[in-house]
Design a protein around this ligand. Structure first.
Ligand code: PPE
Length: 304
């Protein structure tokens, strides 16, 4: 998707013009892929622009950094403030927010420990990640022949830059084959997640989503879905799923910050059909919650 530039990017504590936010070609991360990032959304909410669950996202950024041995030279409250300032400076009311931590110019060679840890925050307007039609009518999934990382090869709990090469292989395969999105299985053969979203199956009125032990990211939207489902009186649990559980699901949907809540129409050409009633209720409630329209979720909206 093309990027729509905004005015300023927060780079290592200073605002620089969008066009000047550059790095050296010998930056360590460009060669060896160690870095961590977040994807966050800001919505025009009841009392002005609000960043959805900003603090949990920044806390996950620090957990990702800890796993990959990246010592972020800022505190979580400082980066929370940096995100809010970046939104204010760009005078934007709804946007996607991308904090990135990377290893800059300093040393070359696999050992990352002497390279400077750098941080930036950029914001830009971003529409429906899997397309408006996908959000309305549902997307077509294929199960990729690429597997999710083995946790002892690449830790799926870290939202690491290099992890996304695996996602890209699966995405390319799915798109080239005419599908909207790829689903990856764990090395043990359980359903893990999609290239940028968690997956949920609805069966006999219960929502089931794979646990982190199946290689799924601990999604913040997934956690919001858990809360919303529980509050709606819909049973929710984490459990391992087999690919055949996908083929026979009553309903299915995906969740992610960029994608939001997206119904699934089919998996490997097995029809699930039009978005079902539970999917719709979760989707509608989520859309209202992110805009501060539901009092019980007011604490999720961190006003700019
Ligand atoms: N799994 C993966 C692999 C993933 O990348 C995401 C977010 C999720 C699950 C859902 O996590 P959460 O956003 O906390 O609910 N993917 C981000 C990056 C997308 C991109 O293309 O870049 C996102 O949605 O912002």
């Amino acid at each position: 998707m093309p990027i729509t530039p905004t005015q300023k990017i927060w780079m290592n504590g200073e605002f620089v013009d969008w066009a000047d936010a550059q790095v050296h070609v010998l930056s360590h991360t460009l060669h060896y892929g160690n870095g961590v990032f977040e994807g966050i959304r800001c919505y025009e909410a009841a009392n002005g622009p609000a960043v959805f669950r900003l603090t949990p996202h920044i806390e996950r950024l620090f957990r990702s950094g800890k796993i990959l041995y990246l010592n972020i030279p800022w505190t979580a409250p400082q980066l929370v403030e940096a995100v809010k300032e970046t939104i204010r400076v760009n005078d934007i009311r709804e946007c996607y927010v991308r904090p990135l931590v990377w290893l800059g110019y300093g040393e070359i060679g696999v050992n990352p420990l002497q390279s400077p840890v750098e941080v930036m925050v950029a914001v830009w307007p971003w529409g429906a990640y899997l397309g408006d039609e996908g959000t309305q009518k549902g997307v077509r999934l294929m199960i990729s022949s690429w597997q999710r990382h083995d946790p002892n090869a690449m830790p799926p709990a870290a939202k690491g830059v290099g992890m996304y090469v695996n996602s890209q292989m699966a995405k390319i395969q799915a798109v080239k084959a005419g599908y909207d999105e790829a689903l990856l299985l764990s090395p043990q053969g359980y359903v893990s997640e999609c290239t940028g979203e968690n997956i949920f199956v609805v069966r006999n009125g219960t929502i089931i989503t794979p646990p982190v032990t199946a290689g799924a990211l601990e999604g913040i939207t997934q956690d919001s879905v858990r809360r919303i489902a529980t509050d709606l009186g819909v049973e929710f649990r984490f459990d391992n799923l087999l690919r055949s559980d996908l083929y026979t699901a009553d309903e299915m949907f995906l969740s992610g910050t960029a994608a939001e809540i997206v119904p699934v129409r089919s998996v490997d050409d097995r029809e699930i059909g039009d978005p079902g009633p539970i999917t719709r209720r979760i989707q509608e409630t989520y859309a209202a919650a992110v805009r501060g329209q539901i009092d019980r979720y007011a604490e999720w909206c961190e006003y700019v």
